[in-house]
Write a protein that binds this ligand. Structure first.
Ligand code: SF4
Length: 159
């Protein structure tokens, strides 16, 4: 690996930028993400930053059990995150659909629609567990180096 690639991998590991996507959560996990970034846990001090656009992010953090309405948005946003990228499923909902498993309004779990790299269990998970999950995703990103990202086309999103 040349010097430029090594520098890129170092930066990705040391300062991952996140995009947060709610796929129909109860907001419990979303509040814990905010707590992880707020002064008490202060993930920003470690270089973790919440971004407003998926095009600027390295890591996609998804909460919620994946409602039918959210599927298209999840695929679109996943396609908009530039590669290499990693996906973190935050809470038990995106991993298993949790207590909503028999709901007819759901089309989860998340792994059915996009590849998930890290699962952070809990209902909701604690902020320190979320930070640990993001750190694992940052390590995965660094290992992926200059891997060519999977591109989801508009036709696949519509399907
Ligand atoms: S895992 Fe628990 S706290 Fe998080 S969205 Fe699901 S029900 Fe809410």
């Amino acid at each position: 690996m040349n010097l430029w690639k090594r520098l890129m991998c170092y930066c990705r590991r040391r300062s991952p930028w996140l995009f947060h996507l709610n796929s129909g959560s109860c907001n419990g996990c979303d509040i814990e993400i905010v707590a992880a970034l707020a002064p008490r846990y202060d993930a920003e001090q470690l270089g973790v930053r919440l971004e407003g656009s998926p095009r600027h992010a390295d890591i996609l953090c998804v909460t919620g059990p994946v409602t039918r309405n959210a599927v298209c948005a999840i695929k679109t946003v996943y396609g908009q995150v530039c590669g290499p990228k990693a996906v973190v499923a935050i809470g038990s909902c995106p991993a298993t659909t949790n207590v909503f498993i028999d709901s007819r309004t759901l089309d989860g779990p998340l792994g059915k629609h996009i590849p998930v790299d890290v699962f952070v269990p809990g209902c909701p998970p604690r902020p320190d567990a979320i930070i640990e999950g993001v750190a694992k995703a940052a390590q995965i990103l660094a290992e992926r180096g200059d891997e060519v990202p999977e591109v989801i086309t508009a036709a696949e999103v519509q399907a």
